[in-house]
Design a protein around this ligand. Structure first.
Ligand SMILES: *Cc1c(COP(=O)(O)O)cnc(C)c1O
Length: 412
């Protein structure tokens, strides 16, 4: 009989979002009258429609696909030049960062790239992951066999967990020991924290000292509002020698269902071969993409390109302002309710300490049954997320205002 990948059996069965779904279903079945009042602030998905420039670009590209003379079949696996160049120019070079067009790899999502990147890295690396964290980083490492099993707290043997707490502003410090690969996410999902320049400088210095690679997830870059907060790891000198950056059009252009993202692999980034030579990773990622991927649809790449036009930028700004406006309403509401709140300034998430000694799931159940609001329990993001919950600002303004009111109505 064929063998399956035993690593999948190590994954924790009760994955966060299915468990939330199960509890919400049980509650609405028991209380059908409350179902209509339910407001979901759980899953991190955008709610606003695509910006008009994107819709127009999609229509134009569809028309091109309808004509023999402008029809396109397979495109370059790494992305069309028009998009790679728009990204490198607008997101990097115009901001003073030295990134070449062919260091940009267009893909169908950062989530996919965060998992796929493990293809080009060795199997014996020491891997460090923040706690709490976007679950994809941990689970993709479990799936390829980089860990042992999980303990009762859900921590996997073999991973180095970097605690994120109010003391470090929810941005982990470099560990004392040497690790080879470090996942950083800023602005952060779930905590909403954004790393400061000194914090990122410390990480780049650490990575250069140890020959480690930083996997920097900047999916929420567009939400940074505070001056001085770095938008890219490449703002830090030396990062071209130690970092890969993931960015996505999901949370800025509303592309969660349209699918387009990119990964930056600088040509100067090197890692060690089994025989001890230092070698560039760029050709490996290029080879990986050309072999295992056939590119993002032409129409979608045209849609992403439109986000960089003058109108596109203004429309993206409008979307971000909408979601950050919701975040401000939620922060104010939670504070008025006497809760301790983090995030919501440079990210569309607010991270709230559960009051009165409640666990994350106890808080979830209280907020669901008494306020009819669905939040995300912090413990689902890692053991250090226990004692917190995440509220997403991806919603209508009316819903954000209503959630803010209902949080104030709760008596803990
Ligand atoms: C939403 C999100 C992404 C984007 O994923 P896509 O696959 O591009 O939609 C990446 N990282 C984090 C932490 C996210 O929350």
């Amino acid at each position: 009989m064929a063998l399956l990948n035993d690593n999948y059996l190590k994954l924790k069965a009760g994955y966060l979002f299915p468990e939330i779904g199960r509890r919400v279903k049980a509650f609405t079945e028991a209380h059908p009258e409350a179902a209509a009042r339910l407001i979901r602030c759980g899953i991190g998905d955008v709610t606003e429609p695509l910006p008009p420039v994107v819709v127009a670009a999609l229509h134009r590209a569809v028309d091109e696909m309808a004509q023999r003379s402008t029809f396109r079949g397979y495109g370059p696996e790494q992305g069309y030049d028009f998009l790679r160049s728009a990204i490198a120019q607008n997101d990097y070079r115009s901001q003073g960062m030295d990134i070449a067009d062919d260091e940009i790899f267009v893909s169908d999502g950062s989530k996919c790239d965060c998992g796929a990147i493990l293809d080009i890295l060795g199997d014996r690396n020491r891997i460090a992951i923040s706690d709490p964290v976007y679950p994809v980083y941990v689970d993709t490492n479990v799936m390829v066999g980089h860990t042992g099993s999980a303990d009762v707290s859900g921590a996997y043997e073999g991973l180095v967990y970097l605690p994120c707490t109010p003391q470090n502003g929810f941005i982990p410090e470099p560990p004392k020991e040497a690790v080879d690969v470090i996942y950083l996410c800023s602005p952060n999902n779930p905590t909403g924290a954004a790393a400061t320049r000194p914090q990122l400088e410390a990480w780049v210095a650490y990575a250069l000292r140890h020959g480690s690679i930083l996997l920097f997830d900047a999916a929420y870059e567009a939400y940074i509002t505070q001056a001085g907060v770095p938008h890219s790891i490449y703002e830090i000198p030396g990062a071209r020698e130690c970092a890969i950056e993931f960015r996505s059009f999901s949370k800025n252009g509303g592309f969660t269902g349209t699918r387009c993202a990119f990964t930056v692999v600088p040509k100067s980034l090197k890692a060690r071969t089994g025989t001890g030579e230092s070698m560039a990773l760029h050709p490996l990622w290029s080879r990986r993409m050309t072999t295992k991927f056939n590119g993002v649809p032409y129409i979608v790449q045209r849609a992403a390109e439109a986000l960089y036009s003058t109108e596109g930028r203004a429309q993206v700004r409008g979307l971000i302002e909408h979601y950050l406006g919701n975040a401000a309403v939620l922060v104010a509401g939670a504070k008025a309710a006497g809760l301790t709140v983090f995030g919501g300034v440079n990210a569309p998430y607010i991270w709230v300490a559960t009051p009165a000694g409640n666990t994350s799931w106890q808080a979830f159940d209280r907020i669901l049954s008494e306020a009819h609001v669905v939040i995300t329990p912090g413990s689902g993001f890692g053991s250090k997320g226990e004692g917190y919950f995440r509220v997403s600002a991806f919603n209508s303004r009316a819903n954000a205002e209503e959630v803010a009111r209902r949080l104030q109505g709760l008596r803990w």
